[in-house]
Design a protein around this ligand. Structure first.
Ligand SMILES: Cc1cc2nc3c(=O)[nH]c(=O)nc-3n(C[C@H](O)[C@H](O)[C@H](O)COP(=O)(O)O)c2cc1C
Length: 379
């Protein structure tokens, strides 16, 4: 199974270590960053969603028309639109991009952030709504006869769309979250299930949970797995670790200056399980496996994709291959200098991983979370 690489589509040059130098929607930067990915071996970039950021949907349409090969993963929060509208919007974007669109359905892990746009449901209720929403979107994409819907969150009658996606049966459905409600909804509906990078043992446990949820939903197939990291690479191990320490110092400095406080930060810590897991993993240790390093995550309060992989390109590639062996098909990575790091990772890490994966595939190598002990024993 060929491995895929997901990078980031950002609309400006800000990161945890860097203040943005231009507008929030900086067209030149957005395009430069996407081209850095396209020209250096990446498959896809993620447009994230936040209640105050430039809206990713029009930005994704504009970008798709400017790049030739790069695919787009578009984050979408169900509370911001009606599912029939969203499904047609995505189908239209699938045409604009000539079939290079995947939708990442995000449920939202923070009540305060959700309420900013009028969403008063609890997190578990939101997951139930996301599931119903995805089911409707799939129907709108594929039904050629008018249909009614009588659900818990949506009711409508006699609906039929006149715009169908390019991709058949429909664009990919991507999903993220680490709570039982997330596994239930995503295990049932997702083509790709996204995890934030954790130690191999914890990742194996999450993969098992997602696949168990898919089985419980009566599926005979199972979601492909994606895992996300923050690689910090340099030509030698020493230089990479120096860079890692400089990076975490820069994150702490910006936080101390109050420049990067998490949105809707809760005094008792994050509400979402994924972030709670990252915090507890960081509290237990700084280094795991070949190259996983947690201080970057601890410094941000476990905010999203925040665990680093530190080392030479060879070390980081071998660390990523461990995740591939564990069953991860899509490797997501983002640096701290977004453009420069996308180029370096594309030049120096992606080719090693692709070559090794091709070798494993030729040899018919076994993969999956049941191989955890065997993978750990190679370290
Ligand atoms: C790879 C990935 C990307 C995500 N992107 C976004 C995003 O752009 N915006 C957002 O509000 N939440 C995003 N999330 C958050 C999830 O949708 C979910 O709300 C959060 O992980 C809380 O879930 P939990 O309590 O089930 O862990 C993302 C999650 C993952 C794993």
């Amino acid at each position: 199974m060929p491995v895929e690489f997901l990078g980031i589509a950002y609309t400006n040059n800000a990161s945890e270590t860097t203040a943005r130098s231009g507008l929030s929607f900086d067209k030149d930067y957005t395009l430069k960053l996407a081209r850095a990915h396209e020209d250096h071996g990446w498959d896809r970039v993620l447009f994230a969603y936040g209640s105050d950021t430039p809206v990713p949907d029009p930005a994704a349409g504009w970008l798709a028309a400017k790049v030739d090969r790069l695919h787009i993963l578009l984050a979408h929060r169900p509370n911001v639109s009606y599912p029939t509208y969203a499904a047609r919007s995505f189908a239209t974007l699938d045409h604009i991009s000539d079939g290079r669109l995947t939708i990442h359905f995000i449920t939202g892990g923070n009540d305060h952030e959700q309420r900013r746009e009028g969403d008063t449901l609890t997190k578990d209720q939101r997951y139930a709504r996301t599931r119903e929403y995805i089911q409707i979107v799939k129907k709108v994409w594929t039904r050629t006869e008018p249909f009614d819907h009588e659900g818990e969150h949506y009711q409508f009658h006699d609906y039929i769309s006149d715009v169908f996606p390019v991709q058949k049966p429909h664009p990919g459905i991507s999903f993220g979250g680490s709570s039982p409600a997330a596994y239930g909804a995503g295990g049932a509906e997702a083509d790709v299930y996204c995890l934030w990078g954790e130690p191999l043992t914890d990742t194996a446990q999450q993969i098992e949970s997602v696949w168990a949820a898919a089985r419980a939903a009566g599926r005979t197939d199972r979601p492909r797995i994606q895992a996300a990291f923050r690689p910090i690479i340099a030509p030698t191990e020493t230089l990479a670790w120096e860079k890692a320490h400089r990076t975490v110092e820069a994150i702490r400095r910006r936080r101390a200056q109050g420049r990067q406080a998490p949105r809707g930060h809760h005094p008792d810590g994050p509400e979402n399980t994924g972030a709670q897991r990252l915090i507890s993993i960081a509290a237990k240790g700084e280094r795991y496996d070949r190259a996983l390093w947690t201080p970057t995550s601890a410094a941000t309060g476990g905010e999203g994709n925040s665990n680093a992989l530190v080392g030479t390109p060879e070390t980081v590639a071998q660390a990523l291959l461990d995740y591939y062996d564990l069953g991860v098909d899509i490797l997501s990575a983002r640096g701290y200098d977004l453009t420069g790091d996308a180029i370096d990772f594309g030049r120096h890490v992606i080719p090693i991983v692709r070559e090794e994966v091709a070798k494993r595939d030729r040899e018919g190598a076994e993969r999956g979370p049941h191989l955890l002990e065997k993978i750990l024993a190679t370290h």
